[in-house]
Design a protein around this ligand. Structure first.
Ligand code: ADP
Length: 493
């Protein structure tokens, strides 16, 4: 039997095991939903045992379903929801508290205090991040300070901290390895991305004992071996989900960027060996680290992307399925002036206004379902353009944009994106880019794939959407009007 690669993709809403052949063609996916716990206002937790059992279950299922012997699995790769924070006892493997999920806001006041103490610039310079509950540091500090007996155990050297990748590696290797990779470390707000090591001063500020931290490794690395699936299988690659997608899209040159359009949208551009420091509140982050060489990225997110389509479907009940949108848009009045500002939860980069809310502008008597649907999809392209313009101001270049995520099944959306951005947009045949990214890493580590350079040649066929000249001008004008509409939604509530 030819060799296989398995990617474990532990996401916010589900755990998946994705099976690839030795050339990284996707064979099958097993998936299990994950329960979300909301114990208090703004709190979001996962049960670590459910994270673990779901990962174990989907991995076993895919191996059994395809009757694969452990010796046929070249290597396992792990990708994960980033920033989510776990702390466990090394003696028992049991966590001392549930996983605090990246969305959790319980440490907002702590973050306000850090800002009041003038730590913004220092933290931004060292970690590339902005002070926010989103990142692991304040969550970890919260567990250490609020759960009885935990700090004492941590100081005695009994506890281990990790993001989800690190926790899974610990469990898969039955407590042998306490390691993470540079991309996951770069989202903790404790890792100095300039020096590539845990930052002693930040550990002091957050009052975190150094002994609980994992070793930080390259993305392609012999992380350890698991014996839980019949025999010894290598774990050869780890990367956080957005960075894994960047790798899966083969964005290995400065200026190559990927944008993932799911519920929200994450845009990450490779900025090369130089870290760019944003003046527009975007994040600098580690894109990947191969052979000790760090490559940086600039990251921005759009809060509302596919969720705007869900709003049209579930709240306005304009259609029954998101997949209908492409046909509906064909019926629109081409002269429609309708514009949507989908700032349902405030405005993100580059505006950063939590008091803005969504609005529809330019309605006329004939504005109907097709016009509103088109305006909503256009608004996601306009948000992308705003983000890209900010990144360009910060010094990033864009050669083209590679897209993935559920929304890009809609070809009208992707073509409109190309016209609006005046950039070539590439949609891969294989949209499971996150799992593919760590399959590449694992495949290289076990020798099934020769090296990073070889990945471009096995990159899968993709559809190219070139900007249509006549449409670029129209979209430019619409974008200027849309920006004025955005201004009018600011500071209202
Ligand atoms: P997530 O990983 O965040 O759950 P997915 O990548 O699965 O998201 O993408 C799902 C999102 O894409 C949903 O918000 C849905 O509304 C949107 N979507 C799915 N199909 C289409 C389509 N054909 N046109 C526009 N939006 C779509």
């Amino acid at each position: 039997m030819s060799k296989k690669i398995i990617s474990i993709d532990q996401g916010t809403t589900s755990s998946r095991a994705v099976l690839f052949d030795e050339k990284c063609n996707l064979i099958d996916i097993e998936q299990k939903e994950l329960t979300q716990f909301f114990p208090s206002d703004g709190w979001v937790e996962h049960d670590p045992e459910e994270i673990w059992s779901s990962v174990l279950e989907v991995t076993k299922n895919i191996i059994d379903k395809h009757k694969i012997d452990f010796s046929d699995i070249g290597s396992i790769g792990i990708t994960n929801q980033r920033e989510t924070t776990l702390l466990w006892d090394k003696r028992t493997g049991k966590t001392v508290y549930p996983a605090i999920v990246w969305q959790d806001r319980r440490t907002s006041d702590f973050c306000d205090d850090l800002r009041k103490n003038g730590l913004d610039d220092d933290i931004h310079y060292k970690t590339g991040l902005l002070i926010d509950p989103y990142f692991s540091a304040t969550k970890l500090s919260w567990i250490l300070n609020n759960i009885e007996g935990v700090r004492k155990k941590a100081e005695a050297g009994y506890l281990a901290f990790g993001t989800v990748d690190c926790f899974l590696l610990w469990r898969l290797t039955e407590g042998k390895h306490h390691k993470t990779d540079a991309t996951n470390a770069s989202r903790t707000m404790l890792f100095n991305i300039n020096k590539n090591k845990w930052d002693v001063e930040l550990l002091k500020i957050f009052d975190i004992p150094e002994t609980i931290l994992p070793e930080v490794c390259d993305n392609i690395h012999a992380f350890g071996e698991t014996k839980l699936f019949g025999g010894s299988i290598k774990i050869g690659g780890i990367a956080g989900d957005q960075q894994a997608a960047l790798i899966g899209q083969c964005c290995f040159e400065p200026g190559e960027a990927k944008s993932t359009y799911g519920t929200g949208c994450f845009l990450l551009v490779n900025t090369g060996k130089e870290k760019l420091t944003s003046k527009n509140k975007l994040l600098s982050t580690i894109a990947y680290r191969f052979d000790g060489q760090t490559i940086y990225g600039l990251e921005g997110s759009i809060f509302v992307a596919g969720s705007a389509v869900q709003w049209l479907r579930d709240s306005l009940k304009l259609f029954q399925s998101a997949s209908e949108t492409e046909e509906i848009i064909k019926l629109r009045n081409m002269d429609s002036k309708a514009l949507v500002v989908p700032s349902f939860t405030g405005l993100g980069a580059p505006h950063w206004d939590p008091r803005a809310r969504g609005a529809i502008f330019g309605l006329s008597r004939d504005s109907g379902i097709p016009e509103l649907t088109a305006a909503t999809l256009e608004s996601i392209a306009f948000q992308t353009k705003s983000l890209i313009l900010s990144m360009i101001k910060d010094g990033a270049n864009f050669k083209e944009l590679r897209v993935d995520g559920g929304m890009v099944k809609n070809s009208w959306f992707v073509q409109n994106l190309a016209n609006t951005l005046d950039l070539t947009v590439l949609r891969p045949k294989e949209v499971e880019t996150t799992a593919l990214g760590v399959a590449f890493l694992a495949g290289i580590n076990c020798g099934l794939l020769p090296d990073i350079e070889s990945l471009n040649s096995i990159r899968f066929s993709q559809k190219t959407f070139k900007p249509k000249r006549d449409k670029v001008d129209t979209q430019n004008k619409k974008f200027s009007t849309w920006l004025k509409a955005v201004e009018r939604t600011k500071g209202l509530f």
